[in-house]
Design a protein around this ligand. Structure first.
Ligand SMILES: [Zn+2]
Length: 71
């Protein structure tokens, strides 16, 4: 049994996912492996598919007259 890195649920098997963890980026510049269960992996995939591209987000802020760097 192992705990999911995101929600902490214990499962017999986890999906290995390579992540870029900023806290250990100096030791592992190419990323480290984390165990994530299937439900969290599905949610991560869903979020990645539905995310707003950075350039489009900036265009929306610019259209609303908001400065990106004053926050
Ligand atoms: Zn999880």
């Amino acid at each position: 049994m192992a705990d999911c890195e995101l929600c902490g649920a214990a499962r017999p098997t986890l999906c290995p996912v390579k992540v870029r963890d900023e806290s250990v980026i100096l030791a592992y510049p190419k990323g480290t492996w984390r165990g994530i269960n299937e439900e969290c992996l599905d949610r991560c995939h869903e979020a990645n598919v539905n995310r707003v591209p950075i350039k489009a987000k900036n265009a929306i802020y610019a259209a609303q007259g908001m400065c990106l760097y004053s926050r």
